[in-house]
Write a protein that binds this ligand. Structure first.
Ligand SMILES: Nc1ncnc2c1ncn2[C@@H]1O[C@H](COP(=O)(O)OP(=O)(O)OP(=O)(O)O)[C@@H](O)[C@H]1O
Ligand SMILES: [Mg+2]
Length: 235
């Protein structure tokens, strides 16, 4: 479904991503793990068209998407839940979710798409009339994911969905993500803590200094001492 092939990405003069390749199949959940500054957000932002690779290619559903504008990439079926929430503070929870049904019209009817988003995170329906600043950090995370989901994307990019959440709220967000995958959406998620990688993740990539240093099953990474040293887990 998504094929990122040997991309090189620069920010100003800095070479941030180095011949980076990542693949996500239809209905697959893939996790990109790496420590702070490794290049996870840069990878997701490049896929979304905020940054352009200087070399390499990005294909989605068989067609090249590198070089397209962000709104065109979203229209083709990639939803993005950024790290810093990016929700509209002046809008209510309901308006934040509804806006996705305007930015990507077509496909399923808007009402069905809203039901999908609220179905995954039921707490948001209770807070429908609240505005962004009246929500906790965890609730804002849910709203960010729900808003991307209301685009009815074929694939979702989630940048650190568990970051800053208290242990008590992690299971609710994790269950929401699991439900999204059961509905058939592919997911590429970034995570800096290997211990937060949910058990339903099919494949794992480890990124370090802009390069992929591991690609394989999540359970096999624990046996790789060199990689575990980088991401700070015990091996
Ligand atoms: N706008 C920018 N200007 C210059 N350097 C940048 C910019 N954005 C990111 N970088 C650099 O690119 C590298 C990768 O950053 P990136 O945000 O992709 O890391 P990350 O893996 O998402 O980290 P974190 O876990 O902290 O979110 C870092 O060295 C960072 O300093
Ligand atoms: Mg990041």
């Amino acid at each position: 479904m998504l094929m990122v092939s040997e991309i090189d990405v620069y920010i100003h003069a800095s070479h941030i991503l180095r011949r980076l390749s990542v693949e996500v199949g239809a209905r697959e959940v893939v996790c990109l793990v790496g420590r702070n500054g490794a290049g996870k957000t840069t990878t997701l932002r490049t896929i979304m068209g905020y940054l352009r690779p200087r070399a390499g290619s990005i294909r989605f559903k068989g067609a090249p998407i590198h070089g397209l504008a962000t709104h065109e990439i979203a229209r083709r079926g990639i939803g993005f839940a950024p790290e810093d929430s990016g929700i509209f503070a002046d809008l209510t929870v309901a308006e934040n979710i509804e806006i996705s049904t305007w930015t990507r019209p077509g496909g399923r009817p808007a009402a069905e798409r809203l039901d999908l988003a609220y179905g995954v995170f039921p707490v948001l329906r209770r807070y429908a009339a609240r505005k962004g600043p009246e929500m906790s950090g965890g609730e804002r995370k849910m709203l960010t994911i729900a808003r991307a989901l209301a685009l009815d994307p074929d694939m979702l990019l989630l940048d650190e969905p568990f970051e800053g959440l208290s242990p008590a709220i992690i299971p609710a967000v994790s269950e929401g993500i699991a439900q999204i995958t059961r509905l058939g959406h592919a997911i590429l998620m970034a995570e800096s803590n290997i211990h937060h990688v949910p058990e339903f993740v099919a494949r794992l990539y480890v990124i370090e200094r802009g390069e992929i240093i591991y690609a394989g099953k999540p359970e096999d990474v624990h046996g790789d001492r060199a990689v575990m040293r980088v991401i700070g887990g015990a091996a």
